[in-house]
Design a protein around this ligand. Structure first.
Ligand SMILES: *[C@@H]1O[C@H](CO)[C@@H](O)[C@H](O)[C@H]1NC(C)=O
Ligand SMILES: *[C@@H]1O[C@H](CO)[C@@H](O)[C@H](O)[C@H]1NC(C)=O
Length: 349
């Protein structure tokens, strides 16, 4: 019986994938973000590139992950919070006609330690400006709101919009960077009155409770939260169905990547989940027991070249673009108008 049900499910999913192709569209009441496979598989390369530690190569978009579908991207701000080991950039992708903001996942300690800590994160602060029962974890909140990162990002978005007009903003990040991306998208919409903001995260942990998730999804409806196979991180901090008000709760819209085997054939399925944020038929239907599923999405590596690489590598040629704040954090920034000039500096040959 179990086996038959499973097989029917597999066949059904397979038919679903075949019939609607890769660009699945969901129609239902209210606003539902469209999952665009092409766009998401471009954006995952930005979430990957932000892990690179050679800041010169990243700033001039010449790093080893800075080519292919992201070629021609122009970084206008690169922010490194040295104290907290955080990194993010803002730039313009002309082919997407969009400003892209990308946040790096955690780099300090080992990934195992970081994941173990996630089990114990408390819902310990109220999210400002939301109903009192909307709670988040202060560590996730502070990583975006209480570091050098936020100011650098908001300033760069303002500069980019001045030059390029009110184009779309896509905010992305992997793991902890996904948590920061969701706070940033919310911040742009609520505090900067930005429109056309889209958030696309990969393997992000839960960041708040149900009251937070519900407010978040009203304010940032254009959110795609991609999960992969048995990736452990989207399962954390834990969700306890018997404490609905006190527990962490994901916001929608999850898209769960997984494989379905039919006999000797294996199909990649991209399942668009329900609007609850906690679809029991998606990532939650399997146990979160894989770190390797966390580190690669759509076949793209989402991790640094090494752990503990909070070091700074900058070419002296970039000094005119860099400044440090009083806490020793580094910001590389430029006016979008100076892009041509910078390319000359970066490629003297
Ligand atoms: C999906 O995104 C790509 C890249 O931005 C775009 O060219 C394409 O038109 C989008 N497709 C849909 C159906 O919106
Ligand atoms: C913000 O950071 C400062 C110094 O790092 C700290 O004292 C303060 O408690 C933090 N605030 C929040 C809300 O985390």
């Amino acid at each position: 019986m179990e086996r038959r049900r499973w097989l029917m499910f597999a066949v059904f999913s397979f038919l679903l994938v075949c019939s609607s192709g890769r660009e699945l569209k969901l129609k239902s009441k209210g606003h539902v973000p469209v999952y665009n496979h092409t766009l998401v598989t471009i954006v995952v390369h930005y979430a990957s590139a932000v892990y690179m530690s050679d800041l010169t190569a990243l700033f001039t978009w010449t790093c080893s992950r800075c080519d292919g579908v992201t070629e021609g991207f122009e970084v206008i701000e690169l922010v490194v919070d040295v104290q907290n080991c955080l990194q993010a950039f803002v730039g313009v992708a002309k082919d997407l006609n969009a400003i892209i903001i990308a946040f790096r996942g955690t780099q300090e300690h080992s990934i195992q330690n970081w994941i173990e800590d996630l089990y114990w994160k408390q819902l310990d602060i109220e999210y400002p400006g939301m109903p009192d029962d909307a709670m988040v974890h202060h560590g996730f909140f502070s990583a975006y709101h209480n570091t050098t990162i936020r100011h650098g990002i908001l300033d760069a978005v303002k500069r980019a919009k001045k030059y390029y007009g009110d184009i779309d903003v896509i905010v992305t990040g992997h793991s902890m960077g996904g948590a920061m991306a969701s706070f940033c998208g919310l911040d742009l919409i609520v505090n900067r009155k930005s429109k056309n903001v889209q958030v696309i995260t990969f393997g992000q942990p839960r960041v708040g409770n149900e009251a937070f998730a519900s407010q978040y999804s009203k304010l940032v409806p254009n959110t795609i939260r991609v999960t992969n196979g048995h990736d452990i991180v989207p399962h954390l901090p834990p969700y306890y169905s018997y404490f609905p008000r006190k527990t962490y709760h994901h916001f929608p819209r999850e898209v769960w990547l997984h494989n379905i085997g039919l006999g000797s054939l294996v199909y990649n399925v991209e399942k668009i989940c329900d609007g609850s944020g906690e679809d029991p038929e998606c990532s939650r239907s399997v146990s979160g027991n894989s770190i390797s599923d966390h580190l690669s999405y759509y076949g793209v590596d989402l991790m640094g070249e090494t752990w503990r690489s909070c070091r700074i590598v900058v070419d002296p040629g970039l000094m005119e673009y860099s400044r440090t704040d009083i806490r020793g954090n580094l910001l590389l920034s430029r006016d979008p108008k100076t892009v041509l000039k910078l390319n000359n500096v970066a490629n003297p040959l």
